[in-house]
Write a protein that binds this ligand. Structure first.
Ligand SMILES: Cc1cc2nc3c(=O)[nH]c(=O)nc-3n(C[C@H](O)[C@H](O)[C@H](O)COP(=O)(O)O)c2cc1C
Length: 215
């Protein structure tokens, strides 16, 4: 499908068909797209929890009670669910891990290049931690980039999805035993049901001249 058609047709699914499951190979491919998401200085501050069994989905839906209960059914009826989590902080050990990965991938030609790579990444982290004073927000922004890529890729590959911020993140963090990470968004995936009212609604977006300015 053309990229514009994909963007025009993708939408947030409000009800899933409980009978239809995403083939495992296709889901694995989608996770690989997620792994390849870009991030500032390749900081990759994310971790993803994946669920497809009733028990695993229940663990996630537990954080969707009270004001968030409208999202619980989507999680339980979906074929697969992915919880996007983000790092709260970056320490030296993590910067070292990233550097080792760069080296393993064959992107570092010598010791000088290694030091430059490390200094650039550490410099950005320091800038957001000490100058901008919003390191956790910067880290979270990167995880939302991965969300955008994931939603687009899923629909392009014929999979319906629901991104959800409507959940109790403290509850979910506790249920997932998170300490160094925090949950930011839950994505339910599968195939929409006949009773999905949103499938028929037209898209609503601000007009081109409102959001673009040619300089
Ligand atoms: C980060 C994020 C969080 C969202 N949270 C919810 C949610 O908790 N429940 C829900 O039903 N829809 C949720 N949505 C869906 C939005 O309402 C939807 O994307 C928006 O209205 C645009 O419509 P469209 O996705 O159908 O094009 C969320 C979307 C995003 C991107």
């Amino acid at each position: 499908m053309d990229i514009l058609e994909t963007a025009q047709q993708r939408y947030t699914t409000k009800a899933f068909n409980t009978e239809k499951k995403i083939p495992q190979a296709q889901f694995k491919k989608l996770l690989e797209v997620l792994r390849l998401s870009p991030s500032s200085v390749n900081i990759q501050p994310w971790h993803f929890f994946v669920a497809h069994t009733t028990e695993a989905k229940q663990k996630i839906a537990q954080s969707m009670q009270g004001q968030y209960s409208y999202n619980a059914t989507k999680v339980m009826d979906a074929s697969h669910v992915v919880v996007f989590c983000t790092r709260k902080n970056v320490d030296d050990a993590y910067l070292e891990q990233l550097l080792e990965q760069d080296e393993k991938a064959g992107r570092i030609k010598d010791e000088k290049a290694k030091q430059t790579q490390h200094a650039t990444r550490a410099g950005y982290v320091e800038y957001y931690r000490n100058t901008r004073k919003n390191l956790p927000e910067w880290l979270k922004n990167q995880t939302y980039l991965a969300l955008g890529q994931f939603l687009f890729a899923a629909y392009a590959d014929g999979i319906d999805a629901t991104p959800m911020e409507g959940f109790d993140y403290q509850q979910l963090d506790q249920d997932l035993n998170l300490t160094d990470y925090t949950s930011v968004v839950v994505v339910a995936l599968g195939y929409h049901d006949e009773k999905d009212f949103n499938a028929q609604l037209p898209k609503s977006r601000l007009e081109t001249d409102v959001i673009f300015t040619e300089l």
